[in-house]
Design a binder for this molecule. Structure first.
Ligand code: NAD
Length: 298
């Protein structure tokens, strides 16, 4: 078997077209365009690239955005005050603090300082808690985007064995939560693996659906999965490559060729999960503007 490719670029474009139409209707009804406030601390080139992709996507769908750039020497208190100002600004619908933060700042503290009604990344404890309780919430963008891929390709999740490799607060944990909830979302039997898992293959080999978000190139190889598995490779890793102008290429966490041999479906890197994450951010920002999750005060 050679797995069919899951085209995240295409599905993300369809989703963005839907958001664009909804934004147009929202504005035509007399509302101002949704507004996303991005906060960048320091000048990490990776963060700058991600923010560029997000603000371009905003422009593309008719969402207004601004990026506040703060020095990497900023104190925790100053950063908190910056976030609180955006919380209080009625013109701001969504707030995104780009991670990672410089080492002296706690991402937990910063995320908790964001008004949960503007937390379009879905990282605030209120939104994480509501996800765990199967309540309407801002769902973390990467797992939510993966669910959109399942929907688009009619990939069944219910009652299957889903294995998530990686347990971060941003990807692995909310992914496992969404897969395992038995009311609104996944309804799958779910296993979570992380760096302390002994004998990873023992778990991955029985997966019907395998989501890998470990940040380790070639972690998953063909012999670690079964025939027909659906593979979602979230990893984005830079590998030195002299044949590329920029000196590197992007690879996922799977050894693509050998895993594809066994898979029924597989996401490529790049062009799989990444574009979906950005598209879901647009969707969450629109939901925030409309007060769809948390109604806005009259
Ligand atoms: P992280 O470093 O915060 O977490 C990595 C997780 O993987 C941890 O739970 C760790 O225990 C686990 N892990 C590490 N080595 C392992 C091993 N050998 N076996 C089993 N588990 C192992 O990373 P993250 O923020 O969750 O991101 C993971 C990857 O996904 C990175 O490559 C990141 O760049 C990528 N990412 C992609 C998107 C996207 O939109 N495509 C979004 C976010 C993150």
């Amino acid at each position: 078997m050679s797995g069919k490719l899951i085209d995240g670029r295409k599905v993300a474009e369809l989703l963005r077209a839907e958001v664009r139409e909804d934004v147009e209707a929202w504005v035509a009804a007399g509302n101002r365009p949704p507004f996303l406030q991005v906060v960048q601390v320091g000048a990490d080139p990776g963060s700058t690239t991600y923010i560029g992709a997000k603000t371009r996507a905003c422009r593309d769908v008719g969402i207004d955005s601004a990026t506040e750039r703060l020095p990497d020497t900023i104190s925790a208190r100053e950063l908190r005050n910056a976030v609180l100002r955006h919380n209080e600004n009625d013109q701001v619908d969504g707030i995104l603090v780009q991670l990672p933060l410089p080492g002296h700042l706690s991402s937990h503290a910063v995320i908790e300082s964001i008004d949960y009604r503007k937390d379009v990344d879905g990282f605030h404890p209120m939104n994480v808690g509501r996800l765990s309780l199967d309540q309407p919430t801002f769902r973390s963008c990467t797992p939510a985007g993966i669910f959109e891929l399942f929907k688009h390709y009619s990939i069944p999740v219910k009652s299957r064995h889903a294995v998530v490799v990686g347990a971060s607060n941003i990807v692995g944990s909310p992914m496992a939560t969404m897969l395992s909830r038995e009311n609104t979302s996944g309804k799958a039997t779910t296993t979570i693996c992380h760096k302390f898992t002994k004998d990873l293959t023992q778990h991955t080999i029985s997966a019907d659906i395998l989501v890998v978000a470990a940040g380790q190139p070639n972690l998953i190889r063909g012999e670690m999965v079964k025939e027909g598995v659906v593979v979602i490779d979230v990893g984005i890793n830079r590998i030195a490559d002299d044949t590329e102008d920029r000196g590197y290429r992007l690879v996922g966490d799977c050894h693509f060729e050998s895993v594809r041999e066994k898979a029924s479906w597989i996401t490529p890197v790049p062009g799989g999960v990444g574009p979906m994450t950005v598209a879901m951010l647009m969707k969450n920002t629109l939901l925030a503007a409309k007060g769809s999750i948390y109604p806005k005060p009259e």
